[in-house]
Design a protein around this ligand. Sequence first.
Ligand code: PRT
Ligand code: ZN
Length: 223
Amino acid sequence: MKPRDRLRIAMQKSGRLTEPALDLLNRCGLTFRQSRDKLFCFGEGEPVDLLLVRDDDIPGLIAQGVCDLGIVGRNVLSEFKGVTGDGAAALAEWRPLGFGRCRLSIAVPQDMEYHTPQDLAGLRIATSYPGLLNQWLREKAVNASVVTLAGSVEIAPKLGTADLICDLVQSGGTLVANQLREADVLLQSEAVLAGPDALPTDERGDMIDLLLKRLDGVIQVRE
Ligand code: PRT
Ligand code: ZN
């Protein structure tokens, strides 16, 4: 791939992370010519542009070198790293960003007993995070079957396609509405600045250093 002289950051086009991510970049002194309907947002002052995509595509875009950095949930980054193995997965979490907080949890029907992960043996667990769930089950030496669903995971027990779920939880409202309760936590998540393990050594590397310094200032002021 041809080296680029402008930094390219991938972020969610439309979703929970969009507004807070833009707000954070603005507070780092970065402004963009707004073209929200488009894929690309051109930076006005500094040589930094945005690529607006689905959050699930962000780790892959960084791994392929299409983007230098990305703002994405730790849940999405960790799932990508686990599933793709090494090589392409040489991605790092450069900074936690303090928004988009949630957790990836096991949730069981309200009347099901749960004391330890071993209680899940032989059961079917619906999730959109098969990589993280399988890793956790392996660590806990539990033999359960993982049912991968792209969305609406919380209705799987009611539909009978799974016995319980492993999904993102924030307020817990979705679980209550579906007669489920949080039983165990696999991962505490928030939005993170993701990038390659080794940062570029050209002008883009200098730009990333500057951005990290500004981010640290902004995050410290907020804490
Ligand atoms: O279109 P695209 O693929 O980009 O968007 P998306 O629908 O996949 O993502 P989006 O915008 O829903 O979430 C983006 C990121 O926000 C996630 O990857 C998480 O890192 C973070 N985040 C924070 C959440 C939540 N909180 C959250 N509550 N992502 C999803 N939820 C969902 C959860 O899946 C469940 O359905 O909200 C429901 C639970 O919320 P509570 O409050 O009822 O517990
Ligand atoms: Zn998504």
